[in-house]
Design a protein around this ligand. Sequence first.
Ligand code: 5AD
Ligand code: SF4
Length: 525
Amino acid sequence: MSESSYGRLRIQMNKAFDIGVESLSRSGGAENGGLVPNHPSVQTGHNVHPSKFDASGRINVADGVVSGVVAAPGRSFGDTAKGGTFFLETFGCQMNDHDSEKVAGLLLSRGYRQVETPEAARMILYNTCSIREKAAQKVFSRLGEYRERGADKIIGVLGCVAQQEGQDIFKRAPWVSLVCGSASYRKLPEMLAELEAGNKRVTGLDNDTDETFETEITRRDNPWRAYLTIIEGCDKACAYCVVPHTRGPERSRGSESILREVRQLTELGYSEVQLLGQTVNSYVDPTARGMKFSDLLLEVAQVAGIRRVRFTTSHPRDFGADIVEAIDREPKLCDHIHLPVQSGSTKVLRAMARTYTREDYLEKIALIRGAKRPISITTDIIVGFPGETDADFEETLSMLDEAQYDGVFGFKYSPRPNTPSLALNDPIPEEVKGQRLAMIQEKQRVIQTARNLAMLGQELDVFVSNKSRRENQWSGHTTSNRVISFSSQERELLGSYVRVKVTDSGTGSLVGAHVLEITTGEWGG
Ligand code: 5AD
Ligand code: SF4
């Protein structure tokens, strides 16, 4: 990293680090028993942090969080109407977080100014999640707040609820004037123009696009880890899942465009990138280069300035030995794989249309466990899928023993519109689902505590991203995506890679002490 870009990152460090980074160890989260709450799909609403704008509300490109070229603000809507201010709240997964970063970038490039409260905004946007019913309900309760107060505001619903509910949103909340699914974001400039022209019902609901959503600028929230979408949509058609409906078919982004963005990110000071996709490892380069996912991982790692490459979420069907071989070859590829199993029972997996059996999945686990260095594995589990018997559930519990996960995200089955399993109704009582979830959490708590305990005395490479209020206390992520708090006498560590010895451990956390600061070198972190 060049001195100047490091300096820029430092400026950013002093600003609030307010967003949830997916971690293996933060506590909280009702549905997963506090083990691993910051799952791609369980983050709850947070504001896109506005600290990256200068006083005039213009985007500040020099502070290391904006990628791409700032477009000349053409026709500036920001100068029209009542100030051109917007408030954007995001629900759901990292894909949504990242879409919001792109939407914010697009709005800023057109002269809008981002504000921190809905009250201060002329335009209120909710980027929504509909993976489970509760998430979708949250959006309608937010919208309800504007029944009376929304008259002088433009209210927009973006993302999965928009795609799922479509025009019905106007019926349920007539004060909404924009409904736009994620596959239509590239048409947002036209939709904004229509809104500003006074149109009260603007929609973008196509999901048959073969284009991905790329913007000239992306206003990134996380100063340490840059998200990059490499594949959008999903073709897997799991019986319970709304994503194929809400995000449309799989579209991979060209490898050159991905690598270009990675190079831009390093120029801005980023050394860690996380490649995103609902099924990230189903990536197939649509350009003449025809790169497969593992080749892309290796090329991203080659970009000068990159020290850590992460990727999420992997689908077991497309998970092959080549990915493990790439991780073996390239230390910059992080040793963490999120590999949702959903159920340990082949019968339930079949009903879920997951396209693999318990044995197939365990073969993938064996591949990962055969790697030259230990790789953390995390997973998602759905309990109470229609037809799941006690015996099926026992198989899910035994899967935890066999796979020895470092983190488990457990969910109660929630029937969703436009999904095949909706027709199966929801026969398993809420109470049984609750008991099964609690059993998963308890078993995983024991496994995870033991796995963390086994790390005592190990020295880990940590990317420091947080300074505690307590003196000499810092925290950051290991390459396996564990959060570790540690003590150090150093005065400034944010944004640096340090070596930390583990001195204590719990179910969801590690504690350590700084042993040696590495300032140069190309080790993988
Ligand atoms: N009910 C419960 N959990 C679900 N997930 C996806 N759809 C549903 C549903 N209808 C979970 C899966 C997926 C994670 C992102 O959310 O475990 O991997
Ligand atoms: Fe949903 Fe299955 Fe696609 Fe994952 S792979 S996004 S669970 S349909």
